[in-house]
Write a protein that binds this ligand. Structure first.
Ligand code: ADP
Ligand code: ASP
Ligand code: MG
Length: 405
């Protein structure tokens, strides 16, 4: 059985017109594949009645009073409403369809409410319905524990549901439908002439997702990469090709893609740079600092350790706690809040001379100072001040001519 998994995001289901567009894609998939599994997000975005953020807003005034188990119960409702509404449209059009919650679809997770990990998928109920010719609509972003507790998979987790079902069902393809024409060379909200990429490797898109490109959840990419299931990210509102994400070796047109050095630019805001200088009487500085951050559950990034001290970033929201902990240890940390990390990503960067020089020149031309930098074989990161971020993104996008094919 050739199975396709199609995931529709919140904006793809927010209005009657959008839902009708989604149904067109489902109809087309029914003609091209033997079986169709549809994964849905909650309808709309913050402010829309049943969007995840709107559900959170209802309990906002009560602070943190709701335990995470009950919070997950609340959050799971958005996707259930969305799935039932879509089912009603398909049924009205004479398309046999059924709805399964994450738990009913066999998505077993650990009990980390709010950010649960999928432990296994037992897709027996899905397969049985598919064999009856039904379109199976699964509520995204949720699963259940072995004890039947409802869990959610972390914000943006419907993508993860789609990839996990794709892997468990050995689907031919997982399609992620959203409100943009695929994966673009940069966030289109900042770079108006960002261009949709015809194809990109799992690794590149993983880097993009990890460094701020919200278009797909990084865990979804990891699952698809591991199971070698091709992903296609495309718009609900058009029939344009979108972006293929797959193993470079499997995609003939990818050859052209590997000729490029830089593929895309991503960004993360809201970071504080923390610097702790070494002094002669503090020989275990490195051990002490990182042990203390780990013990406090503060996630550290962009780490640079050298004999004169350590420098790293934390989320702005954790900065004060990090400072207090370091001061209690007897250090005098310097904090630089309001920073942004910009990632220049490309599978073809490795070993190519001159990329860093181009980055530095583009930023220097706009008097943007680099506070820190790091690199891997596919990505170069720079830390800059957040108020210069948009300018930096535009300068780098132009420098690497990313809007040109
Ligand atoms: P959905 O509700 O469909 O899951 P998301 O809001 O999670 O949609 O993700 C889609 C959004 O991701 C787009 O509207 C776009 O603003 C944003 N985005 C950020 N970076 C990129 C990028 N490089 N390419 C495409 N979209 C991006
Ligand atoms: N509705 C959930 C969220 O807003 C999951 C998703 O959209 O993927 O985070
Ligand atoms: Mg999303």
């Amino acid at each position: 059985m050739r199975i396709i998994v199609q995931k529709f995001g919140g904006t793809s289901l927010s209005t009657k017109q959008a839902r009708n567009q989604a149904v067109q894609h489902i109809k087309r998939a029914r003609q091209e594949y033997d079986a169709v599994v549809v994964v849905v997000s909650a309808m709309g975005r913050n402010g829309d009645p049943y969007a995840t953020d709107s559900l959170l807003q209802i309990i906002h005034e009560n602070g943190d009073s709701l335990p995470s188990r009950e919070r997950d119960l609340l959050l799971s409702c958005g996707e259930i409403i969305s799935a039932a509404v879509l089912c009603s449209i398909l049924r009205a059009e004479g398309i046999p369809s059924t709805v399964l919650t994450g738990g009913q679809a066999g998505i077993r997770t650990d009990a980390r409410f709010g950010d649960a990990r999928i432990m296994k998928v037992i897709p027996a109920r899905i397969t049985a319905s598919l064999k009856c010719g039904e379109v199976v609509i699964v509520t995204g972003f949720q699963g259940s524990t072995a004890d039947g507790e409802i869990t959610t998979l972390g914000r943006g987790g419907s993508d993860t549901t789609a990839a996990a079902l794709g892997a468990a069902l050995q689907a031919s393809l997982v399609e992620i439908y959203t409100d943009v024409d695929g994966i673009l060379t940069a966030d289109p909200r900042i770079i108006q002439d960002a261009r949709p990429l015809p194809a990109i490797s799992y690794h590149e898109v993983c880097q993009m997702a990890n460094y701020g490109a919200k278009v797909i959840h990084p865990r979804a990419v990891e699952i698809a990469m591991h199971a070698r299931i091709p992903l296609r990210i495309r718009s609900t509102f058009s029939f344009s090709e979108g972006t293929w994400v797959m193993d470079p070796a499997l995609l003939p047109q990818y050859e052209r893609v590997s000729d490029r050095h830089v593929t895309a630019i991503a960004h993360t805001q809201g970071l504080t740079q923390v610097q702790v200088s070494a002094e002669s009487h503090q020989p275990d500085l490195q051990v002490q600092v990182f042990q203390a951050m780990a013990k406090a559950g503060i996630s550290v990034d962009f780490i640079n350790v050298n004999p004169s001290g350590v420098v790293y970033t934390v989320r702005d929201s954790e900065a004060l706690r990090a400072k207090t902990i370091l001061e209690e240890l007897g250090y005098a940390p310097e904090l630089n809040p309001g920073c942004a990390k910009v990632a220049v990503i490309g599978g073809g960067i490795n070993g190519v001379p001159g990329i860093m020089s181009k980055i530095v020149s583009a930023l220097a031309a706009h008097h943007i100072s680099i506070l820190q930098s790091a690199d891997s074989n596919t990505t170069i990161w720079v830390l800059i001040h957040q108020d210069e971020m948009e300018l930096a993104l535009r300068a780098l996008h132009d420098q690497f001519a990313l809007s040109e094919r």
